[in-house]
Design a protein. Structure first.
Length: 436
């Protein structure tokens, strides 16, 4: 059988099979691969739940939305998995994914059963991510390209691997894709109702990821032109007002203005200090939380309700001092982190594997190839480019982290699908694609 016939057969199987059969295969593949990954790589005795699980445990113990500052519990010999009565109020992370952990651990227990439910939710989010990016691509481009988006989402190894962790990336992907889908529908329908629905879903995304507020502001400008000023304002007003209760809570918790989270200066320092790699780990492969100079300052800060704010002041002073004293090094690091964002965080020992390197390289290459294909046809989905550029510039100012790269990879998928689809005969890259 010739190469042309093989490609034609593959293309027909993906693009022409009945919808129900197609989704049975996609869902079945996601279930099998993610379940196998969880069984092989998952931890069922005491999985790492990060700050989300730590805060949820403090809530369940009756200590409120509090935390022993991440990293310090290790130095002080404190078990981060055990709620501490002297934990202080926190806004280190937003309450969205914390609420998921709180409900699951509260209903099923902080035990193997609870962890199995959390893994099951990860697998469910993997299925929803494939469906969400399919719907998004179908709205932006075409049915055939959308199907390839679902296939690539099911196949991409980092998406399989992330189902074994509890960093929240899968939840972020689903909410981001549905938010963008509904924002596009505002541009199509030009109604206040569409704006309100999109605003509500984006507000939910905001309670998982603070970047949603900045992206909502930028896309409101796009909606001002594509839909109407009224729809754009209605959309952004819903998102903005949704942030107010959390900001008010933070003001009363810290007696200071904290619009979303407290970790901004920590993340800025992690990417701007004398020993940084630009990534989330040091050259020795250790988590990049602080150096000895910072640790000596933050370890003596009293455990008051402003403990977290006081710690951030130290990070702010140290990071800004580095920027002032080493402007050219700061600029070099910015460019390095920008390259790392589109390649790999080599400081992270977990991703220095052939399968991750190859899959990451392929998706980035296919993204740029797809961009040029769509640019040539005048069909680039610019709001997706705005989101990717926003994340790239933000991460380059802060520090690169692999799980956030995986989160943003879902936005690469429609472009990659356009690339894959272009290799097949009788594809729809040249027809039936909607400009965005």
């Amino acid at each position: 059988m010739s190469r042309k016939h093989i490609l034609h057969s593959i293309h027909e199987s993906v693009s022409r099979s009945p919808s129900r059969l197609f989704w049975k295969i996609i869902v079945g593949f996601i279930l099998v691969t993610r379940l196998a990954a969880v069984v092989a790589l998952g931890e069922f005795e005491q999985p790492l739940l990060y700050e989300y699980g730590m805060i949820a445990r403090h809530l369940l113990a009756g200590y409120g939305y509090s935390l022993v500052y991440p990293g310090l519990h290790i130095e002080f010999g404190i078990d981060g998995n055990v709620p501490q009565p002297d934990a202080t109020p926190t806004a280190f992370t937003l309450p969205g994914y914390v609420a998921v952990m709180y409900v699951v651990l509260g209903a099923f227990g902080d035990n193997v059963t609870g962890y199995i439910i959390l893994y099951a939710l990860n697998i469910l989010m993997g299925i929803l991510a494939a469906w969400a990016v399919y719907l998004l691509t179908r709205t932006l481009l075409s049915e055939e390209t959308a199907r390839w988006s679902a296939v690539l989402t099911a196949l991409y190894p980092p998406f399989i691997a992330v189902s074994t962790t509890f960093g929240g990336a899968l939840w972020y992907q689903v909410l981001m894709c549905f938010s963008l889908l509904l924002i596009y529908r505002i541009a199509r329908n030009k109604t206040i109702r569409a704006a309100l629905v999109a605003g509500i879903v984006t507000a939910v995304w905001l309670y998982f990821r603070a970047e949603a507020l900045g992206i909502a502001a930028l896309l409101s400008i796009w909606l001002w032109k594509k839909a109407s000023p009224r729809a754009a304002l209605a959309f952004f007003l819903v998102v903005f007002l949704a942030a107010v209760p959390w900001a008010v809570r933070n003001y009363y918790a810290f007696d200071a203005i904290v619009p979303m989270t407290t970790n901004g200066w920590l993340n800025f320092w992690r990417g701007n200090n004398p020993t940084t790699t630009g990534g989330s780990y040091t050259e020795k492969g250790e988590p990049n939380w602080y150096d000895q100079n910072v640790y000596e300052k933050i370890k003596i800060i009293p455990r008051t309700r402003t403990h977290e704010i006081d710690i951030m002041r130290v990070y702010r002073e140290e990071a800004l001092r580095f920027v002032r004293e080493h402007p050219w090094e700061t600029a070099r690091l910015y460019l390095k982190k920008l390259v790392m964002f589109f390649t790999i965080d080599f400081s992270d020992p977990r991703v220095r594997t052939p399968i991750f390197l190859i899959s990451r390289g392929l998706i980035v290459f296919a993204f740029f190839w797809g961009f040029f294909i769509l640019r040539h046809k005048g069909r680039v989905p610019w709001p997706l480019i705005v989101c990717i550029a926003y994340y790239a510039l933000l991460v380059s100012a802060l520090h690169v982290e692999s799980r956030y790269q995986v989160m943003v990879d879902i936005l690469f998928i429609p472009f990659c699908a356009a690339t894959v689809n272009s290799f097949f005969p009788r594809n729809d890259v040249n027809k039936n694609m909607k400009p965005a």
